[in-house]
Every structure is written in C-alpha cells, then in structure tokens.
Design a protein around this ligand. Structure first.
Ligand SMILES: NC(=O)c1ccc[n+]([C@@H]2O[C@H](COP(=O)([O-])OP(=O)(O)OC[C@H]3O[C@@H](n4cnc5c(N)ncnc54)[C@H](OP(=O)(O)O)[C@@H]3O)[C@@H](O)[C@H]2O)c1
Length: 322
C-alpha cells in the first residue's frame, strides 16, 4: 500500500530518511481493526521520529503519523485515538508506563490503512470533516489536557502561550479563548503574532518580551528558548504546564530559586485520554470552534509539509489527505 515512512534516522538531516513509497498492508493482531485513512495530520513528533527521538533504529522502516480520520471496517466515519495502552491497562491511558503513540512501536497513519486496537477507534464527531478531525488526537488533545486537566484553568484566568504558530500553540490559543480565559501569546514572527490576535489572543508579544502583567499559567512547548521568560511571567503560585521542548530540553537556567520562592508549580502533560478526546469534541461543538488548518496537501506531497514544519513556516496544522 501507499505509505510515508522513515527508513533512516538522522539528527542532522531528518528529512534524508523520509520516504514516500510503498509498504506492506497492516498486520492486524487480535482485538485490533483497520481504518482506511482519509486524512492525517502532521505533528512535530513526526520530525522527532526522523531524528531518532521516540523511534529506535531497530523499528525501521516505520510508517510515520499519529493522527488519522477515515472509515472503519464497517464503512463508518471515525477518528483514531493515538495513545496505544497495554490491553490490560485500566484508567488514564497517558499514565500507562507501557503506552506508546502510533508510529513509535506500531505502524503510523500516513498510509492507505492503519491497524489500531478496537478501543482506539471513536466515531467522527458530528459536523467535523475528516481533515478537521485528523487535527484532534495529538495537538488539540494535548492542548486540551494542558489547559483544563493539568492546568486546572477556568474562565477569567490568564494564560500565556509560548510560540504562537505551532499546531499545539494555535490549539491552546483557540481553546483558551473559547473557554473564557484571558490569552496572551508570543511568537518570533510579526505576521504570526497578527494571526494569533485573529484566532483569539487578547494580547501578543515578541518572544522574550517582558509582559505588562503576570499570568496565572504558562503553556510551554518551546523549552530552552522560552523557559526563563515563562518562569518570569508567572504570578506567585502560578503554574507552568509543559508538554514539549521544540528548541531543546537543556535549560541555560532552570530558575529554581524563582520556582521555590514564588511557590510556582511545574506540571508535565502528555497527550490525553479517550475521555478527554470526547470532552474536547464537545467543547468544540458547544463553542462552534474548529481546528485551524494551515494547509491541506495530498499525502503524496508529504515531503513539502515536513519541510514547512522543519523551517517553522506554518500557522496551525498541516493535514495530508487521501
Ligand atoms: N507531550 C505530548 O504529548 C506532546 C504532544 C504534542 C506536541 N508535543 C511537543 O510540543 C512541541 C510543539 O509541537 P507542534 O506539533 O505544535 O510543533 P510545531 O507545529 O512545529 O510548532 C513549533 C512551535 O515552536 C515555536 N518555536 C520553535 N522554536 C522556537 C524558538 N527557538 N523560540 C521560540 N519559539 C519557537 C514556534 O513558534 P513561533 O514560530 O510562533 O515562534 C512554533 O509555535 C513539540 O516539541 C512536540 O514534540 C508534545
């Protein structure tokens, strides 16, 4: 079948290992099913995989992609929950030590078909296109959990979103605004700051600029480049919720003194549960909000999408269609 996959890992030249070609049809274990993919969205995770982060050499070749929407074996429209937990695991799938994301242990979604556990197939939310639904399982679900489950934020609270242009960041801005929060966003790029205002930020600033007022919480996915600014931007007792380190995990200064003196909370967040995916879909439905798609490309042109993400030239999600 047609597939977009990694056949090499390289930290320096990740796109050198990207192949748009053919792979065997999925093998379907007991309790699993196949989904015929109509749309799949690109995540920074796919670039990390090509760099060998989360994907080991002995797993190659590996079809990339965590997110998919398409048809199940009965022809019903569905979306795939990307967190694969152990069959014996009960409760929050994101805390299962044996969990993985599609494309880490099991073949991913950038293909004609993907095999997934039956419990990972969820009916397509009402009113969603395949392209819109394909944005939900990773970036939008991660943003939902960061804000509401891990961050515990509620209407009226203020939140800073670092690095406005990314898939998770645009989801954070949109969801925070829809939930009645005061939203401040930063970006390195003036045009992206203007777009952030259009999608719901109340206030935007160049990355690293001192904020006029401190915030209740910071949503951090950038890491090294923004960490210090994130810590300095918090009110006493505020929370930094972190789910990624796009610019690198090695901090120049972890700001530990600030953290204890101001009693700040540092909270990790990873993906989201099946239940949170349903809550996310309900929130979007109730507020008339839809995922922001930067561009839609036929899956055959996946390389162009990867190149745009590597260069940081995107605002919202890049979606591949079949
Ligand atoms: N833990 C999880 O479950 C989980 C789930 C999803 C994503 N993630 C992680 O979250 C991160 C974002 O993912 P994504 O798919 O949204 O990626 P993306 O679409 O490629 O977005 C990258 C973002 O990083 C910002 N950025 C990059 N380098 C920067 C720098 N030097 N200084 C300031 N900002 C910088 C960009 O902001 P501007 O261009 O606007 O400045 C952009 O918003 C990735 O590291 C990913 O692995 C984790």
């Amino acid at each position: 079948m047609f597939a977009v996959y990694a056949d090499k890992i390289s930290r320096e030249d990740p796109l050198g290992g990207l192949v748009v070609g053919e792979r065997p049809d999925p093998v379907v274990p007991n309790g699993w099913t196949t989904v015929t993919v109509k749309a799949a969205s690109l995540n920074h995770h796919d670039l990390w995989s090509l760099r060998g982060q989360g994907l080991k050499q002995d797993r190659l070749p590996m079809i990339l992609g965590c997110d998919a929407a398409g048809y199940d074996e009965d022809g019903s429209p569905v979306v795939v929950h990307a967190v694969i937990s152990d069959p014996d695991w009960a409760g929050d799938e994101t805390t299962d030590p044996k969990r993985s994301l599609l494309s880490e242990l099991h073949q991913g979604t950038f293909a004609e078909k993907v095999a997934v556990p039956r419990r990972n197939v969820i009916p397509l939310p009402e009113g969603f296109s395949f392209e819109e639904a394909a944005c939900l399982p990773t970036a939008w679900l991660t943003a939902y959990r960061m804000l509401f489950t891990q961050g515990g934020l509620k209407a009226g609270d203020s939140v800073l979103v670092q690095g406005a242009g990314g898939g998770v960041a645009t989801a954070l801005i949109t969801l925070a605004r829809a939930a009645g929060l005061r939203v401040i966003a930063t970006s390195r790029d003036e045009a992206k700051r203007a777009r952030a205002l259009e999608i719901g930020a109340h206030e935007v600033h160049p990355s690293g600029e001192r904020l006029p007022a401190k915030v209740d919480a910071v949503m951090e996915t950038v890491g090294r480049a923004t960490w210090e600014h994130s810590i300095r931007s918090l009110k006493p007792g505020g929370a930094i919720v972190i789910s990624g380190t796009t610019s690198g995990p090695q901090l120049d200064d972890a700001m530990v003194t600030h953290i204890f003196f101001l009693q700040l909370r540092v909270i990790g967040s990873t993906m989201g549960t099946r239940g949170e995916l349903a809550s996310l879909a309900s929130l979007l439905d109730a507020t008339g909000t839809k995922p922001l798609i930067d561009r839609t490309l036929p899956m055959e042109q996946a390389r162009a999408g990867f190149e745009a993400m590597e260069a940081g030239e995107l605002f919202g999600k890049i979606v591949f269609t079949r």
